[in-house]
Design a protein around this ligand. Sequence first.
Ligand code: MG
Ligand code: MG
Length: 270
Amino acid sequence: MIQIKSEAELATMREAGLVTAAALAAVREIVAPGLSTQDLDKVAEDVIRGAGGIPSFVGYHGFPATLCTSVNDEIVHGIPSPGRVLKDGDLVSIDCGAIVDGFHGDSAITVGIGDISAEKAELLRVTEESMWRGFAAARLGGRIGDISHAIESYIRSQPHPSGGDWGIVEEYVGHGIGTELHQDPQVHNVGRPGRGPRIEKGLVLAVEPMVNLGSRFTRQLDDGWTVVTADGSLSAHFEHTFTVTEDGPWVLTAEDGGQSRLSSLLAATG
Ligand code: MG
Ligand code: MG
């Protein structure tokens, strides 16, 4: 069922979004070679609990941590561990959720550790930019497929650094979000414009493109959580929680509401 939020509920979701953003910002600030993914998890948990929030992921279907930390060929749902020590050149996807007054925020970044190659940097850039293109395509009265199509078409328009095709992950998708972490509707990262549920006032969505340098296919590890690329290629993942108002997209998990990234995109598309 699609949950439509009131103005007051949107204000609460903004609080959850800002706590989520603060946790990710704190992790981004300290992430470096030699730290374990568990070290990152501790920082995020402290920020969330310090702000009076509750980590969304702890206990979600039994998930044991505040963050999902997914390194290199891991796409999503990696489990933080003291034994997983980050090293120069790694890519780590950091996915974080926080609950404030019963409402969730959900956001992810992928960061390069130390020096990363131009190819890795381009993977991060294309994946993140596709998410912003998705937000910029969202209009009240439009359709979810408009977002999916904007993400897919942007990625496919960008030259692959090795001349191949980007692998856009299809098994895992964005979603509605509110009093549960995952709600209807699904937000696919490939799709056709004008299709799917209508984008209406009070609808809140987590949009989260996952892009592989190799094929799009995935495999789940024996831990029951970690999803990796089937071909071992590198993967990136970005996510924000957003809604659409009469004034346009409002990114609840971005400190500035997404305005710095969206203003030029929205000016370009009218
Ligand atoms: Mg997430
Ligand atoms: Mg999500």
